[in-house]
Design a protein around this ligand. Structure first.
Ligand code: MN
Length: 238
């Protein structure tokens, strides 16, 4: 399979720092395997930026190149835990990580912790591949809240799991991709500002991954841009 990707990040309209991190740095195209990842850090005094950078570097660096998705997320978690223990200013820092390994045969392996997301667009339909590790997602799953209610819930940012915790449960998802599929990895700066229908419209109608990425960030900022927004858009072709 041939993967063409664009990754963009924007600080948003309110915050002064961008605590999201992503990989790869450069937009490009390649046959698989390709690793693409988004992380959203949290913690005071710039620790969020440290945590997301550590998670991205540990899970996509050279030492991880033979690892599967699970081992890469475990590696990222160890890096954040160890750095937090080593530096008092970094105590309590954490980060989400949504990592996709796009294999040569079109199989996508996702390792995921937190409230960043992965979506698949196929034949005009948008499907979320990850579950948020949040209190409100648990309420949605239990049928007590709708997706729309969850998106504006005052406690939507309360996450139940992040890298940096000693004990985490990593979501692993596999999806066979095909010609014409388009995949989105994104931080919650996108999904807390615009709903799935708005995301679907952009993902379906944008001509290129670059157009889609720019339109999504523009939409999040037009809706208020309350958070850093990071998007990775990946097109799949034979
Ligand atoms: Mn965020």
């Amino acid at each position: 399979m041939r993967y063409t990707w664009v990754v963009d990040s924007h600080v948003g309209m309110v915050r002064s720092e961008n605590e999201d991190a992503f990989f790869p740095e450069a937009d490009d195209a390649a046959d698989g395997p390709v690793a693409i990842a988004v992380a959203d850090g949290m913690g005071g005094a710039a620790a969020g930026e440290v945590a997301s950078r550590l998670a991205i570097d540990a899970s996509t660096g050279d030492e991880a190149k033979d690892d599967d998705a699970l081992e890469r997320v475990q590696r990222a978690n160890r890096a954040v835990v160890e750095a937090a223990l080593a530096e008092p200013a970094h105590t309590g820092m954490g980060t989400t990580l949504t990592l996709g390994i796009f294999d040569a045969d079109g199989l996508l392996h996702i390792g995921h912790v937190g409230d960043s997301r992965a979506y698949l667009v196929r034949a005009g339909e948008l499907r979320r591949l990850t579950r948020d590790d949040t209190v409100v997602e648990e309420l949605v799953v239990a049928g007590l809240l709708s997706e729309d209610e969850a998106r504006i819930h005052p406690r939507r940012h309360l996450i139940t799991q992040s890298l940096g915790m000693q004990d985490i449960t990593i979501q692993l998802i596999e999806e066979q991709l095909g010609d014409g599929d388009r995949v989105l990895l994104c931080s919650d700066g996108l999904t807390s500002m615009i709903d799935d229908e708005a995301i679907r419209t952009v993902m379906v109608h944008a001509e290129t991954p670059a157009d889609a990425a720019w339109l999504l960030i523009d939409a999040a900022n037009a809706a208020g841009g309350h958070d850093n927004t990071t998007v990775a858009v990946v097109d799949i072709a034979p």
